[in-house]
Design a protein around this ligand. Structure first.
Ligand SMILES: COc1cc(-c2[o+]c3cc(O)cc([O-])c3cc2O[C@@H]2O[C@H](CO)[C@H](O)[C@H](O)[C@H]2O)cc(OC)c1O
Ligand SMILES: O=c1ccn([C@@H]2O[C@H](COP(=O)(O)OP(=O)(O)O)[C@@H](O)[C@H]2O)c(=O)[nH]1
Length: 469
């Protein structure tokens, strides 16, 4: 008889799909050949993806590991959606009959179904098929705590969170200012909010929640979740912090141009600016960044993308001479590199010349920065990133705060960027503290995934449970 299989159901975005695949590969590694992986792939709803989705799937198929990819039929995407969370959650819901058919058609036993955080509507399918279901939470435990708390919070706070008095009280975290709440939670009338209340409630129906974090990074919030403090005493399924789950591509034959440029820079001298797969800025903000970097006097590697083109949510590659202040490129040539397309972010963060990271605070980017001990300047843009920025500064201490005007499309003034870059890179007390904390986090992350570390232990517990069914 075929080995039991773990069925993974990721969403298509780079930070979700790659992360879940790598988590799946860790599960495979832990099971010593006792299980296989089946990945149900929902066809990406847009033609152009920020990273090469197909190439990634082909590479995994050719890896020799026991992973099978099963492409689900395309569905007609919702047209009247009002945001990403609404779109993704509804599209996933439309896939339910195909997911059920695909799992029912598998020849061997199914050990578990592992779904992305946006896929909780499919818990009905797992129930109908009597398959244990787990959520793979691609973000952090702090955001998980907020989503678990949200159904109750929704009842307790009658007004919009921005209008409430005081801060949001989340056990295990410093009081959370409403201005740092994730974007979808800022508008209670939007379907995006309703979906997050829904997902938060349904997480408690799973057999377990796998989180891409390390216990040491988020100890107090993980304890609060386990003690039922986020769910008004309602028991929460076991949480498995198995991270950091990072996805490393095989090293390229030729060093990338960005890496070659970094090779010529002194240690810890360069600040990296990179804003994720969706991050781009309008021309006035681009000019403001340029002025800020120029005034700071520090070396920089700036991944600069254009505002998205019509019909795609993704940034395009810019004509920088049209965007930048006159003479900027010449004046900063000796100390700055502007990279105009997808950059090898992990290779860059791994480089000894990089001393700081201006980040949009996507959780994968944060984990990558911590993995290499690089302190951050948080510049959150969307999703849960404002909350991540708050946690980085107020709870983990691995970042220097920067003033981001959320009411003006997350605008940062040149003078503020200049101040923050100098503070992080120039040896101020708060910069030094963030650097020390980032180095401590690096050690925690690496210890956690070592044999006997907290993440390995969590993975072992999880696999014991999955393979005993
Ligand atoms: C977690 O809350 C939100 C996540 C997203 C979101 O949606 C998304 C949809 C796609 O079709 C492709 C994607 O790549 C993608 C990515 C994505 O969020 C990123 O996920 C990371 C891991 O969870 C990370 O935490 C980043 O901060 C996210 O940028 C979107 C969203 O609202 C717009 C969310 O609230
Ligand atoms: O130019 C880029 C932009 C992003 N990334 C990678 O894309 C992922 C982004 O995930 P994250 O969760 O940080 O944010 P998202 O893009 O999903 O908002 C991370 O692994 C980054 O290293 C990259 O390699 N090059």
């Amino acid at each position: 008889m075929a080995n039991p299989t773990i069925v993974l159901l990721p969403i298509w975005g780079a930070g979700h799909l790659m992360s879940m695949l790598d988590a799946g590969k860790r599960m495979l590694g832990q099971s010593s050949g006792a299980i296989s992986l089946t990945v149900l792939v929902m066809p990406p709803p847009m033609d152009k993806l920020p990273s090469d989705f197909d190439a990634h799937v082909r590479r995994e198929e050719a890896s020799g590991l026991d992973i099978r990819f099963h492409l689900l039929p395309a569905v007609e995407p919702p047209r009247d959606f009002l945001g990403v969370e609404d779109f993704v959650s509804r599209l996933v819901q439309l896939h339910a009959p195909h997911v059920k058919a695909a799992i029912s058609g598998l020849t061997g036993p199914v050990a578990a179904l592992v779904i992305d955080l946006f896929c909780t509507s499919l818990l009905d399918v797992s129930r109908e098929l009597a398959v244990p279901a787990y959520v793979y939470f691609t973000s952090n435990a702090a955001f998980l705590a907020l989503l678990l708390r949200l159904p109750a919070l929704d009842e307790e706070v009658a007004v919009e969170f921005e209008e409430m008095e005081g801060a949001v009280d989340l056990a295990g975290l410093p009081p959370l200012p409403p201005s740092s709440l994730p974007l979808p939670i800022m508008d209670k009338k939007s379907p995006n909010y309703t979906w997050f209340v829904y997902h938060g409630r349904r997480f408690t129906e799973t057999n377990g929640i796998i989180v891409n974090t390390a216990a040491e990074l988020e100890q107090s919030v993980l304890a609060a979740i386990a003690d039922g403090l986020c769910t008004r005493g309602v028991p929460v399924p076991a949480v498995y912090p198995i991270g950091p789950v990072l996805s490393f591509a095989p090293p390229s034959q030729q060093p990338h141009e960005c890496v070659r440029w970094l090779d010529a820079q002194p240690p810890a001298s360069v600040v990296l600016l990179c804003f994720g797969s969706w991050g781009s800025f309008a021309p006035p903000q681009v000019r403001e960044i340029a002025h800020g970097l120029e005034r700071s006097g520090h070396r920089f590697l700036w991944v600069l993308r254009n505002p998205r083109a019509a019909g795609t949510p993704l940034p395009t590659d810019p004509n920088i001479e049209e965007l930048l202040p006159e003479g900027f490129s010449e004046r900063t040539r000796a100390r700055g590199l502007i990279w105009q397309t997808w950059a090898p972010q992990k290779e860059i963060l791994a480089h000894a010349a990089v001393g700081g990271f201006v980040t949009h605070c996507g959780w994968n980017s944060i984990l990558e920065s911590l993995w290499f001990g690089v302190p951050m300047l948080p510049w959150p843009l969307y999703a849960e990133q404002h909350m991540n920025a708050f946690t980085l500064v107020a709870s983990m201490g691995v970042a220097v705060a920067m003033e981001v005007d959320r009411k003006r499309s997350n605008f940062v003034e040149a003078s503020e960027l200049d101040r923050a870059v100098r503070s992080l890179m120039g040896g101020s007390e708060e910069g030094k503290k963030a650097r020390e904390k980032a180095m401590e986090a690096k050690i925690m992350c690496r210890n956690a995934v070592e044999e006997g570390g907290s993440s390995s232990a969590a993975l072992q517990r999880l696999m014991k449970l999955m393979t005993s069914l």
